[in-house]
Design a protein around this ligand. Structure first.
Ligand code: NAD
Length: 423
């Protein structure tokens, strides 16, 4: 028993509150390891940094940045960096904790970490974006490193930002440390298959879930919220498998077409300016997205989107969590009661960190694999993990989310117990 954290007051649907309630649900399945569970309820280390830069107009701007290392019992920290004006320490804590669970769920030799800067990158010039990235990297440089903690892309960050992070860290340590970040450009030690890996993992786990539900993907209607790296790639792969993408929502709005949206024209437009300018569908109110006629719902934007009210409305039979933490606990219960199957984030979107792991291994060995090999290994790791989780869910008659937490938390707490407490 110990006190609650003083620096965060989680509310019921906040990301950290959601995470804590997910941990509470797994305790009955942890046996004797439950005595270590408190270790999952607090981050190992959290760093808040000031990121001052000189803007193009000569003014000085300050941004707040974070790097949280939630747990490193099984290996170095691993997790993305998010640039978003609404990022908070509490959100980054939750995202880092979900990384701990995710890396353990797919059995990668990592712990969990996450980072973020409170900034709207769309309002920065390319030069300002580079300055923010480099100063932030230098500030968190005291706790990251190829063997300590390895950042990667997340919302609003990409391969170019990873290249600047790698270069900044390398300049500070006096070498070229390619293994300090993943999701880098290919010619800087990046891996084939990384850009599409998360969306691909969403598709692979979704295809297996559909098979078990006896749902034919040909003609299946799919609604996708968030049309960035994760959502757009998942949509493409489902369309290739014969599904119809009937609704897409991004930060600019929502478009629907019951006959299926044409992704070849939608994708480049969405990348350039967002989905609402698209002529091949109807623009509808954002709230109508949640009761659109569909079989599969893919939330792939931000946390807390699938609320209790939206869970009551959805017509989907299968929810694939591309985003981290999109479903609040009350919505989880409603979906379970309504017989809607949820493939949880901590396994569904684990494809990205899995190929990040391949990238890190390739950087260390300086030997690079071809894309077929990467995709085959990715599919195998995701399917093995999912099958084990499914067996656990069937054995205990629990949801896939609690089963994923059960499999993952057992691995994490076993490592904690075997290592023992220092000193
Ligand atoms: P991204 O920046 O590429 O795309 C985010 C998308 O969400 C954009 O289309 C944006 O318009 C949309 N969006 C933002 N705010 C929205 C709102 N209020 N309503 C509707 N749409 C909104 O980000 P991404 O990398 O695709 O990440 C999406 C989610 O997937 C996040 O939760 C992230 O943590 C998670 N994730 C990403 C990866 C990865 O490899 N990139 C891996 C695992 C999980």
């Amino acid at each position: 028993m110990s006190d609650d954290l003083s620096y965060v007051q989680p509310t019921i649907n906040s990301p950290w509150g959601t995470y804590l309630s997910q941990v509470d649900r797994v305790v009955p399945y942890l046996g004797n390891l439950a005595r270590w569970v408190e270790t999952l309820k607090r981050p190992k280390r959290a760093l808040i940094v000031d990121v001052p830069i000189e803007m193009d107009d000569g003014t000085i701007a300050h941004f707040e940045g974070y790097r949280v290392q939630h747990n490193m019992s099984r290996g170095p920290g691993k997790g993305g960096v998010r640039f978003h004006p609404d990022v908070t320490l509490e959100e980054v804590m939750a995202l880092s904790a979900w990384m701990t669970v995710k890396t353990a769920a797919v059995n990668l030799p990592y712990g969990g970490a996450k980072g973020g800067i409170r900034v709207d990158p769309k309002k920065l010039s390319q030069q300002e974006l580079e300055k923010v990235t480099r100063r932030y990297t230098s500030e968190i440089g005291i706790i990251i490193g190829p063997q300590q903690d390895i950042p990667a892309p997340d919302v609003n960050t990409n391969a170019q930002i990873m290249a600047w992070m790698m270069d900044t860290y390398s300049m500070n340590v006096g070498g070229t440390a390619t293994g300090v970040v993943t999701g880098k450009p290919l010619h800087l030690g990046g891996s084939l298959g990384r850009v599409k890996a998360t969306g691909r993992g969403v598709f692979v786990t979704g295809r297996e879930a559909a098979r078990r539900l006896k749902m034919d993907l040909r003609g299946a209607r799919v609604a996708v919220q968030g049309f960035g790296n994760v959502g757009s790639v998942a949509a493409e792969l489902f369309a290739e498998a014969g599904a119809k993408i009937v609704a897409v929502q991004d930060h600019t709005g929502t478009i629907v077409n019951a006959n299926g949206l044409d992704l070849k024209t939608l994708l480049p437009l969405a990348r350039a300016e967002g989905v609402v300018g698209f002529k091949g569908g109807d623009v509808v109110a954002n709230d109508s997205f949640w009761d659109v006629a569909c079989d599969i719902l893919i939330p792939a934007a931000l946390e807390g989107q699938l609320t209790a009210e939206r869970a009551r409305k959805t017509q989907a039979k299968l929810v694939l969590e591309g985003a981290n933490g999109p479903t609040v606990p009350a919505a989880d219960d409603i979906l379970a009661e309504r017989g809607v199957l949820v493939v949880p984030d901590v396994i569904c979107n684990a494809g990205g960190v899995t190929v990040s792991y391949f990238e890190w291994v390739q950087d260390f060995s300086s030997f690079f694999w071809d894309e077929d090999e990467i995709n085959q290994r990715l599919d195998r790791i995701m399917m093995n993990a999912l099958n084990q989780i499914w067996d656990t869910a069937d054995r205990h008659r629990i949801t896939l989310r609690t089963a994923t937490f059960a499999v993952a938390c057992e691995r994490i707490l076993m490592a904690r117990q075997e290592r023992g407490l220092y000193p």
